[in-house]
Design a protein. Structure first.
Length: 377
């Protein structure tokens, strides 16, 4: 390498930044002791801004375009350097490239629940999460307030600060919306639209803004959600009786899906019992109250008759209650004379004891038996 090559190597004649990281907000051009050649080319691409800093003082800011670095387009730097007459020697300055495009991969979420007063549930605790976009609106302010002398300022360095700022503004935004907890899902876009300008105003002094803010979900604590799920299930099934059937059916399904868990015989027994309960409940007609159970003379409860069978009969023999007697046994009692037309009988549904001849189901049994002879004159 000749002398002129070494001299030319000490001067920088192209200043540019090709960003392939996708997460770099600010990048400092690596001058490494070299001087920028007066008349060098500055290339600022779309989505970038270039900021010249001289001895810690922010000088000129360049928007997208290609520039030839001369004293006339470096007015502030020229004044700081004392180039009153267009001095064209190489100069030293720090150049920061600031990304001005939107960064859309920011996420936020509440680490701790937000406590609010709800008109329906009273005090509730809410959690929320979502995404937002970040854009640099003033590169000089960003350098002064956040970057400093950091040679490569990434999005992760400001992410936690922004998350805390968002959460601090989220609770007032939800409270001021005066929306019940159950209606928050339907109003998430409205709340987010009101929150984005408030965040941008708060961050303006740092040269950044939030052009897009999204609330993906606002949720209640798990135990409250579980209670709401039960309430919803009861609303679907209609009433408590149907809900009991629903719970019993779920228990049967669980037992069937876990035949080997624990005592399988016990599981089968429970399943059978629950199945019988469900079948009985489904066969029951809720609109028709069940008939009262029959009671005997001593007040003992008597079970109802079998379906499609004639009700049992009680008869009075020598002032003693006999029965209940099935209908098939009555002809034998008539043949033996124990049951006559005048015998008092009672069955379920009768208000009081009555002669057998007045009870149709019993009276028809006397058709094959002649009545007693009339008394002799």
């Amino acid at each position: 390498m000749g002398l002129m090559d070494r001299v030319r190597g000490q001067f920088i004649d192209i200043v540019e930044f090709l960003d392939d990281s996708r997460d770099t907000l600010v990048w400092r051009f690596p001058r490494q002791g070299n001087e920028i050649k007066m008349g060098a080319q500055l290339v600022v691409r779309e989505g970038q801004a270039a900021v010249f800093v001289n001895e810690g003082t922010i000088a000129d800011v360049f928007q997208p375009g290609t520039y030839t670095l001369e004293t006339r387009n470096l007015p502030i730097l020229s004044d700081l350097k004392g180039w009153k007459y267009g001095f064209n020697s190489p100069f030293k300055a720090e150049v920061y490239f600031v990304a001005t495009r939107q960064f859309t991969d920011f996420k936020w979420g509440t680490q701790n629940p937000i406590t609010l007063r709800d008109p329906e549930f009273g005090m509730v605790r809410l959690r929320a999460f979502g995404t937002y976009a970040l854009v640099v609106t003033d590169p000089a302010k960003l350098l002064r307030q956040l970057v400093g002398t950091d040679p490569q300022f990434r999005t992760e360095e400001v992410g936690e600060f922004l998350r805390q700022t968002i959460v601090s503004k989220l609770a007032p935004a939800i409270a001021n919306a005066k929306v019940p907890a159950l209606d928050l899902a339907a109003n998430q876009e409205t709340i987010a639209a009101a929150l984005a300008p408030a965040l941008s105003e708060n961050l303006a002094e740092m040269g950044i803004a939030i052009p897009r803010f999204v609330i993906e979900n606002i949720s209640l604590p798990p135990e409250v959600e579980a209670a709401l799920d039960k309430r919803t299930s009861m609303g679907v099934v209609g009433n408590l009786n149907d809900y009991t059937k629903f719970q019993a059916a779920n228990a049967i399904e669980d037992a069937a899906n876990n035949p080997g868990g624990g005592n399988s015989g016990l599981g089968i027994g429970v399943g059978v019992a629950l199945g019988q309960q469900v079948a009985a409940a489904m066969n029951q007609q809720p609109s028709t109250p069940p008939a009262p159970a029959a009671t005997g003379a001593a007040g003992a409860a008597v079970p109802p008759p079998l379906p499609n069978a004639a009700p049992a009969i009680f008869i009075a023999v020598n002032d003693q209650q006999v029965g209940p007697l099935p209908a098939a046994e009555l002809p034998a009692r008539i043949a033996s004379g124990e049951l006559t037309r005048e015998t008092l009988v009672w069955r379920d549904g009768m208000p009081a004891w009555a002669p057998a001849s007045t009870v149709p189901d019993v009276a028809k049994l006397f058709g094959a038996v002649p009545p007693p002879l009339p008394p002799q004159a």
